[in-house]
Ligand binder design. Structure first.
Ligand SMILES: *[C@@H]1O[C@H](CO)[C@@H](O)[C@H](O)[C@H]1NC(C)=O
Ligand SMILES: *[C@@H]1O[C@H](CO)[C@@H](O)[C@H](O)[C@H]1NC(C)=O
Ligand SMILES: *[C@@H]1O[C@H](CO)[C@@H](O)[C@H](O)[C@H]1NC(C)=O
Length: 414
């Protein structure tokens, strides 16, 4: 079993790349193959119905990014205020929760309420705001494009950092009139780190807690490095660049199952293959997770991450064409994000797990190394040896191991 699991782990990059390839091919003829088959995706149950079922107030907003994406933002006001029937703007400090890749705002509310970070923060007097990245079920609007058009998917995490994040941060800042605390998970940490490294948002962010920080990716796995190093990726990039990566499409699901029937591959549990061996999951929470996630993202987002795995550095998306790079960046190579440029007085809280295959310990140490001149009293680092990627958002003991520390950290940054 262990050997089989190891094979799956090592096959992960191939799985992702094959999936990306398959989706590209199918998407090119999607009108034939998938006549707008988004039934499972367009779950109408809003996030607010879950929050309200737990007995808390909830509000929805739509905000539009500079490049036209209409993003849904959810808000859970501090629990102490919930009986007033009013959203008080200036009393409580806002916290923004930013989910990771293939997830959405629901990822903060899958566990029972007393174990969910969003509710725990509200109970501790924070004004909780929840972001939903472009392309996920509640953030599929656009001023001129539709998700059926390839142009809609022409973005990677660069644009999440450049447009989605500042749009939401500015909105929360405007509505509350206060600097905000930030919580990112997985890709939600990378887009914040990238922004901070360009000295963006820092005047509006009071502090940031990063769960499973992702920055350097060069050490995810040996095989991944090898696959990514293959020029094959670069060649595919051009035509992989503009489509939706939606694991819920039935053909994709079938494709995964077909891969899992290959000799030597045992996908008896795909989650550990994607995230590491999570120690502390609750079966009911996992069931809810599978009902709600994964959410779509753009294939280009994966290609961008694959480029970082191959390169081992943190750069903007490489169009793999001098002309295109010149057009977008005014230089032949994509510009790098320099993590050492993060303002050294920005209060940061990093927490990572020993079983996490996505936020590898070696890569995490590269990040810490680039933060070595960060003011000592502004950088808090925690390590949980048996935690993997998903434990951080829904582990049964995440309150004690993660969230209580996050709350205490925010309290110290008043
Ligand atoms: C946000 O946009 C959606 C889709 O257009 C709409 O159904 C919803 O009513 C809007 N919500 C708010 C609060 O404006
Ligand atoms: C697991 O989740 C269920 C449903 O939310 C909950 O009733 C139960 O208490 C949870 N178990 C643990 C150990 O937290
Ligand atoms: C990154 O930023 C640091 C601090 O500002 C600087 O010393 C270093 O030279 C930069 N590295 C690169 C590769 O530009």
């Amino acid at each position: 079993m262990a050997a089989a699991a190891a094979v799956v782990w090592r096959m992960l990059p191939l799985l992702i790349l094959s999936l990306a390839l398959l989706i590209t091919i199918t998407n090119r003829r999607r009108s034939e193959l998938f006549p707008a088959n988004y039934a499972t995706l367009a779950t109408t149950d809003g996030l607010c119905s879950t929050v309200e079922a737990h007995g808390y107030q909830c509000q929805e907003y739509n905000v539009t990014t500079g490049d036209g994406y209409v993003l849904r933002v959810h808000r859970i006001p501090a629990a102490g205020l919930r009986d007033q029937g009013q959203f008080s703007s200036k009393t409580n400090q806002p916290v923004l929760l930013q989910h990771g890749i293939l997830m959405d705002g629901m990822s903060w509310l899958l566990a029972p309420p007393q174990q969910s970070l969003a509710i725990i923060l509200a109970e501790n007097g924070f004004d909780v705001w929840i972001a939903n990245s472009r392309g996920t079920r509640w953030s599929r609007g656009h001023t001129s494009l539709s998700p059926d058009q390839p142009e809609y998917w022409a973005w990677s995490w660069d644009q999440l950092a450049q447009y989605d994040l500042p749009t939401v941060v500015n909105f929360v800042h405007e509505v509350t009139g206060q600097k905000l605390h930030y919580v990112g998970h997985s890709l939600g940490t990378l887009i914040a780190l990238a922004s901070f490294s360009e000295h963006k948002l820092v005047e509006k962010v009071r502090s940031a807690a990063l769960l499973c920080p992702i920055a350097y990716l060069g050490h995810i796995t040996t095989i991944l490095g090898q696959v990514a190093a293959n020029s094959f990726i670069g060649e595919m990039t051009g035509w992989l660049g503009v489509v939706e990566f939606n694991p819920k499409i039935e053909a994709v699901d079938n494709f995964i199952k077909a891969i899992c029937r290959q000799p030597g591959i045992d996908c008896y549990d795909l989650m550990p293959a994607f995230t590491g061996k999570n120690c502390c999951l609750n079966a009911s929470t996992v069931e809810l997770f599978l009902q709600n996630e994964p959410q779509p993202t753009s294939t280009r987002n994966f290609v961008h991450l694959a480029q970082m795995i191959r390169g081992g550095d943190i750069t903007m998306y490489d169009y793999s064409s001098v002309n295109e790079n010149m057009k977008h960046y005014g230089q032949k190579e994509p510009p790098a994000y320099n993590m050492s440029n993060i303002p050294s007085d920005l209060p940061l809280f990093l927490i990572y797990g020993g079983q996490d295959v996505l936020s590898d310990i070696f890569d995490l140490h590269l990040l810490l190394d680039s933060l070595k001149f960060h003011q000592k009293d502004k950088l808090t680092v925690h390590y949980i040896h048996n935690y993997a990627h998903v434990d951080f958002i829904m582990g049964i003991n995440a309150k004690q191991l993660v969230y209580d520390h996050v709350v205490a950290f925010f309290m110290r940054q008043q």
